[in-house]
Design a binder for this molecule. Structure first.
Ligand SMILES: [Zn+2]
Length: 182
């Protein structure tokens, strides 16, 4: 656990242009920089770096990150490892704060809910795909189930079409909200 101040300091001070510039050839274009996207194959640059906000966005594949997200994605590093790495690199004292009991129980509840969501999603996705063997709906349905698995928001109409106004629909919505808010 890091205090939010440490994260803010890193987001403001770790120089995204500098970091991206190590592996992507960047051309200055007004107040921003442009280069070939490191996350998809392309011949004309659609990857834009915004030094003012310390963020980047690819207008080809749609990926966009702040400096921490970029390093995590590019170097396949976890959040804590990235924070420690950027802290060292930019001379920011990375303070880890001890988890309070409340935070600990919230984290454990979140992890448990995530595990349940995953199990529910895997089970019902298989059931659904057994019943509906059409390749055309498979993709979009899989996307929805993956969203449930990750605890990210999923279309309400999808849940209702699958489970109706049932306890399960309500529980999934509750779990997703709990995970994303806490
Ligand atoms: Zn891209």
């Amino acid at each position: 656990m890091y205090d939010s101040n440490t994260i803010d300091l890193i987001l403001q001070n770790a120089d995204i242009t500098d970091i991206i510039g190590e592996s992507v050839k960047l051309e200055k274009e007004g107040s921003r920089y442009k280069g070939l996207c490191p996350f998809h194959d392309e011949r004309t640059p659609s990857f834009v770096v915004y030094p003012q906000t310390n963020t980047c966005k690819c207008y080809g594949c749609g990926k966009h990150f702040n400096v921490i997200g970029y390093v995590m994605e590019k170097e396949h590093m976890t959040f804590p490892k990235t924070v420690r790495y950027l802290g060292r690199r930019y001379g920011i004292d990375v303070k880890e704060h001890e988890e309070s009991q409340e935070e600990q129980s919230s984290r454990m509840k979140k992890e448990a809910l995530k595990g349940c969501l995953k199990a529910v999603s895997v089970f019902y996705r298989q059931q659904f795909l057994i019943k509906n063997r059409s390749a055309s709906c498979e993709n979009s349905v899989s996307t929805y189930f993956l969203a449930i698995e990750k605890g990210t928001n999923v279309g309400l109409h999808f849940l209702l079409s699958l489970f109706g106004h049932s306890g399960l629909s309500r529980w999934i919505i509750y779990a997703i909200n709990y995970i994303s808010i806490n």
